[in-house]
Write a protein that binds this ligand. Structure first.
Ligand SMILES: C[S@@+](CC[C@H](N)C(=O)[O-])C[C@H]1O[C@@H](n2cnc3c(N)ncnc32)[C@H](O)[C@@H]1O
Length: 407
C-alpha cells in the first residue's frame, strides 16, 4: 500500500543541476553560496510589469497529448505589482543576486520589454557599472495584435552586461548565412571560381563579401519568431520564449561544462538551451508548476529538484519486492479544470519511482508524457527488495505528490 508523504526534494543521478522553487529576488538558499562567482551566464526573463495574470495550457491525458485537445487552462503566474517602486525593488533583488553569482568571465542577459527596460538599464548601470554594458538587443517579432493609436509595440529588449572586463564572448559561434542575412544594394557577381559575392569600391580599393562566408548578428534580431500556437516546442506556459532565441544569446557566452543560471525560469527554456550546449543548469521560479514543467523539459540525468508537495492525489499500486516489479493500478486527482474522463490515469502527467533517503526522494526511473510519447508506461522494474520504495506523481494540473510503500 502507498501512503502520501510530504517530501520536497528529489535527486536524480548525481543531482548536479538544480531546479528550485524559491524567490529569485530574495536571499538565495544557503546551498547556492557554493555557486557565488562561479556562474558563466545568468539569464533572467522576469515578469514585465504588465499588470496582468498569466495562464498555462496543459494537455490532458493520452488524447490531449495525441491531438492537442483537451488542453485545459490553469493559472501560471501573477505579474501584478502594487506600484513601480515595488517592481523595481523586485528587479534590484534579482540583479543583485545575478551579480553575486556571475564569475569574472560571466555575462548577464536581462529580458524585458518597453514597460521596464529604461528603468532596468539604469539599475544595471548602478549594480554592474555603466562600463560593463555590452548590448541592448532588440528582439523584434510580428505576432500578436496591432495598435491603432500608436505604432504597434513589437519588440522585446534584452540587456547584456559583463561582470568584469575579462568577460567571455565569442561572436563567431553564431554565424548567419550572408545571403540570407544581407540583401543590400551591392551588385551580385560571380568570381573566376564560381563563388558568388557582392562588392563595393572605396578609397580605390575593392571590398568583396562572399555569399558563402558568414556574417554575425547585430543587436536587432528580426529572424526569430515567437512560438506559433501549434509549435511542438510549446509547453503551454504563457510567455515561453523560443529555444532559438536562447541559443543565440547563450552560445557566444558559454562553453561546455559552464554553469547557466535562470532566476525566473518559467517553463525552463534557457535551461533546455544551456543543457543542449553541454552546460550545467540552475533554474529557479516562485511557481511550483514552473519548476515541474522545467523538470519535464530537461534531460534528467543529473538534477536536484526542490518543489513543494501538495499531496492531494491518491495512488494505488502493487509491488513485488522479490522481483522489484512495480505496477500502478489507480490514480486519483481532481481539479475543477480537469475534463470528464473514464480513465483515471488521464489525470497523471508524469511519475517517477525510487526510494527515500535522508528526507529526499532518490529517483531511479521517470516517465512523462510528451508529443512523441503520449501514453505513460504504468510499470517498471526496480532493484529487488528496495527499502523505502517511493513514487512521485505530477498530475495534469502540475501538482506534485509523493507516496511511500508500506508493507
Ligand atoms: C516571463 S516568465 C519566464 C518565462 C520563461 N523564460 C520561459 O521561456 O518559459 C517569468 C517567470 O518569473 C517567475 N517569477 C515571478 N516572480 C518571481 C520571483 N520573485 N522569483 C522567482 N521567479 C519569479 C514567474 O513565476 C514566471 O514563471
Amino acid at each position: 500500500m502507498f501512503e502520501s508523504i510530504n517530501i520536497t526534494r528529489e535527486i536524480i543521478g548525481n543531482g548536479a543541476s538544480l531546479l528550485l522553487c524559491c524567490n529569485g529576488a530574495g536571499e538565495l538558499p544557503p546551498e547556492l553560496a557554493a555557486y557565488e562567482g562561479k556562474v558563466q551566464c545568468v539569464y533572467v526573463d522576469p515578469p514585465f510589469m504588465t499588470g496582468g495574470t498569466f495562464a498555462r495550457r496543459r494537455r490532458f491525458g493520452q488524447k490531449g497529448w495525441k491531438t492537442g485537445s483537451p488542453a485545459p487552462e490553469y493559472p501560471a503566474y501573477d505579474d501584478r505589482f502594487p506600484n513601480r517602486e515595488a517592481y523595481l525593488a523586485f528587479l534590484r533583488g534579482v540583479l543583485s543576486n545575478a551579480q553575486k553569482l556571475l564569475s569574472p568571465t560571466g555575462v548577464l542577459c536581462l529580458h524585458l520589454d518597453w514597460r521596464a527596460s529604461a528603468y532596468a538599464r539604469i539599475l544595471c548601470d548602478e549594480i554592474f557599472g555603466e562600463d560593463r554594458f555590452l548590448n541592448e538587443v532588440i528582439w523584434a517579432y510580428e505576432s500578436g495584435g496591432r495598435a491603432k493609436r500608436h505604432f504597434s509595440r513589437k519588440h522585446d529588449v534584452i540587456l547584456l552586461y559583463a561582470k568584469t572586463r575579462k568577460y567571455r564572448f565569442d561572436l563567431t559561434k553564431v554565424p548567419l548565412q550572408r545571403s540570407a542575412a544581407r540583401r543590400n544594394h551591392m551588385r551580385r557577381q560571380v568570381d573566376e571560381n564560381g563563388r558568388a559575392y557582392r562588392s563595393i569600391r572605396s578609397g580605390g580599393k575593392e571590398y568583396r563579401y562572399y555569399d558563402d562566408t558568414p556574417v554575425y548578428p547585430g543587436d536587432v534580431w528580426t529572424d526569430i519568431s515567437h512560438l506559433q500556437q501549434r509549435d511542438p516546442e510549446r509547453s503551454g506556459y504563457a510567455t515561453q520564449k523560443p529555444l532559438k532565441l536562447l541559443d543565440r544569446l547563450l552560445r557566444p557566452v558559454v562553453q561546455e561544462g559552464d554553469i547557466v543560471y535562470d532566476l525566473c525560469c518559467g517553463s525552463g527554456t534557457a535551461l533546455v538551451a544551456a543543457q543542449t550546449l553541454g552546460c550545467r543548469v540552475i533554474g529557479m521560479d516562485m511557481s511550483p508548476e514552473a519548476v515541474l514543467i522545467s523538470r519535464s523539459r530537461l534531460k534528467l540525468q543529473n538534477v536536484t529538484v526542490d518543489a513543494p508537495c501538495d499531496g492531494i492525489a491518491a495512488l494505488e499500486a502493487s509491488y513485488t519486492p522479490g522481483e522489484g516489479a512495480l505496477l500502478l493500478t489507480d490514480f486519483r486527482a481532481n481539479h475543477k479544470a480537469f475534463p470528464k474522463t473514464e480513465r483515471a490515469f488521464d489525470a497523471l502527467e508524469c511519475w517517477s519511482a525510487g526510494y527515500l533517503e535522508d528526507g529526499r526522494m532518490v529517483t531511479l526511473q521517470h516517465f512523462h508524457r510528451s508529443p512523441k510519447h503520449q501514453e505513460l508506461p504504468l510499470m517498471c522494474i526496480l532493484p529487488e527488495n528496495l527499502p523505502n520504495l517511493a513514487v512521485q506523481t505530477v498530475d495534469a494540473a502540475g501538482r506534485k505528490s509523493v507516496f511511500v510503500w508500506k508493507e
